[in-house]
Design a protein around this ligand. Structure first.
Ligand SMILES: Cc1cc2nc3c(=O)[nH]c(=O)nc-3n(C[C@H](O)[C@H](O)[C@H](O)COP(=O)(O)O)c2cc1C
Ligand SMILES: [Mn+2]
Length: 492
């Protein structure tokens, strides 16, 4: 479903009764984050803060969040029926990933209504929250899309990478080296050139979804994948200070450069992260030096709270579970692993636990799945559970049962793959193993839990030579029929 801009999305949410406007004065300093946190934990509505302390008369006075903070709202954003389940959402996104829609470049758009440059630049004009009390600063880049261009291939990329306000014109950022944006930065660094960057705040929710998902976009960018999700080309305009492209109807665009010189890095971190813990060490990080800001009249700023822990939710998990699952499934298909019938990364923890369902055709099939995943840049598949097609990967009870009765460590059903790339924000790693600036990637030991029926098992002669005994919970059909017929007689 295509939304012309953030405003069109907000008005749809209004019509659906899915947004609450907050007119009471709210402090950007911790209070806004605490209100949002309480709403998230209660699975509440999207929020539009219209009265923010210290921002009564700044360039930007409004703050929007939680637009995607429920399965219903993810469905509304995608144009699916509001009660569509994740099984269908994953399949829908997977289909969209396969057919990008070319973007259109247009001469200008509302994002150019206001343009400030050079010394006028002042990031404190935006109602940027200090989200959590131990955060290293006011995190301006949370639901923001960071646009860069590969200096070799000219390919654009848009990724969600966190960044905080350093000075009034700087944003030190955590752009992990293995991410597409990180790869671009390293190419500029190797040339000794600054990397042009544009940061997009507030547009069609499709962009936030794809920029937050490691979509593969050979020969195109996240914009064309977003076009596919929304079913309409993305209209782009050229930046003022570079040849980067941004949506013509975005609320706000920050343009700048990241210097390759570590002496120009500024301190960043820590920040309340997706794991539900604070993450990312306070350290000097690549820093966007802002040269220009363009924004619409009366712009709406957009941000999000990350992090789940038991009973506590986040906005992004509602779509990340589906979009990451779709990406992995597409990946396995493209690599050529046969008979993958489903992939699911449960939403509760923005999880590094991943479930894959296969129609098993040979011994070693589950290992093939794990090897394929671990050979890619997809960094979420730390613990991979593979099940047979009779186990519903969306059903926790079914997966638990398969893990209980279809795994046997002695027969190699748990396989470890040490020393792989991993996620630097995973607090279960020793600090040294999280140092992405020293090693380029964090260090994980990946685990396969093969909960498919093991084809090495001896057939059981007493049950007709099958590898597994019959299910005793299946009642003999004749008796089942009899019981059915007599059910009322038993007093039920
Ligand atoms: C709210 C949010 C914050 C994120 N913050 C970061 C971050 O600070 N650094 C990072 O490298 N990835 C971060 N990610 C994950 C990336 O957005 C994701 O991996 C995406 O695929 C990056 O784009 P790319 O594949 O084009 O590199 C974040 C995701 C979300 C949803
Ligand atoms: Mn990308």
């Amino acid at each position: 479903m295509a939304f012309q801009d953030l405003r069109a999305w907000i008005s749809l949410l209004d019509g659906e009764g899915e947004i609450q406007r907050i007119k009471a004065k709210v402090d950007w300093n911790l209070e806004l984050g605490a209100v949002f946190r309480k709403v998230l934990n209660a699975h509440g509505p999207a929020l539009l803060f219209e009265n923010i302390k210290d921002h009564e008369t700044t360039w930007c006075r409004k703050f929007f969040c939680n637009g995607l903070g429920s399965r219903k709202r993810v469905n509304l954003a995608l144009g699916l029926a509001p009660d569509t389940g994740y099984r269908e959402i994953v399949q829908y996104i997977k289909r969209c990933l396969a057919k990008p829609i070319p973007s259109a470049i247009i001469p200008t758009g509302p994002v150019k209504e206001n343009i400030v440059r050079g010394k006028e630049v002042d990031l404190f004009q935006f109602p940027v929250p200090k989200w959590h009390h131990l955060d290293g600063g006011r995190y301006i880049n949370t639901a923001a899309s960071i646009v860069t261009r590969d200096p070799e291939t000219a390919q654009l990329n848009a990724g969600t990478y966190r960044g905080m306000i350093g000075k009034k014109d700087t944003i030190p950022s955590l752009i992990v080296p293995g991410q597409h944006g990180g790869i671009h930065l390293s190419k500029y660094k190797a040339r000794g050139e600054p990397a042009p960057v544009a940061v997009v705040y507030g547009w069609d929710p499709a962009l936030f979804m794809v920029a937050s998902t490691p979509v593969r976009h050979k020969g195109c960018s996240e914009y064309e994948i977003a076009g596919s999700l929304r079913g309409k080309p993305v209209e782009l305009v050229k930046c003022e200070t570079s040849d980067l492209l941004v949506p013509a109807t975005a609320e706000i665009v920050v343009e700048g450069k990241i210097s390759p010189n570590p002496e120009e890095y500024e301190m960043e971190g820590p920040f309340g992260e997706y794991t539900g813990y604070y993450g990312g060490m306070k350290s000097p990080k690549p820093t966007i030096k802002v040269e220009c800001i363009t924004f619409r009249n009366d712009p709406i700023f957009r941000g999000t709270l990350e992090g789940t822990s038991p009973g506590r939710w986040a906005e992004d998990v509602y779509f990340v579970c589906a979009s990451f699952s779709a990406v992995c499934w597409q990946l396995l298909d493209d690599i050529g692993v046969p008979n993958v019938t489903g992939v699911w990364i449960p939403p509760v923890t923005n999880s590094t636990n991943m479930r894959v369902q296969i129609k098993k055709i040979y011994r070693g099939h589950a290992k093939q799945v794990a090897n394929a995943l671990w050979g890619t840049n997809f960094y979420f598949a730390k613990n991979v559970i593979v099940v047979d097609e009779d186990i519903d990967i969306y059903d926790d009870e079914a997966v638990e049962w398969a893990l209980a009765y279809r795994t046997n460590a002695a027969m190699g059903d748990f396989a470890f793959f040490p020393g792989t790339i991993g996620a630097n924000l995973d607090p279960s790693l020793p600090l040294a193993d999280r140092d992405v600036y020293k090693y380029g990637a964090a260090k994980w030991t990946r685990v396969l839990m093969d909960a498919t029926i093991n084809w090495e098992l001896e057939p059981e002669p007493q049950f007709g030579g099958k590898r597994y005994p019959p299910l005793s919970t299946d009642v003999d059909p004749e008796v089942a029929g009899l019981v059915e017929k007599r059910w009322k007689e038993y007093g039920f």
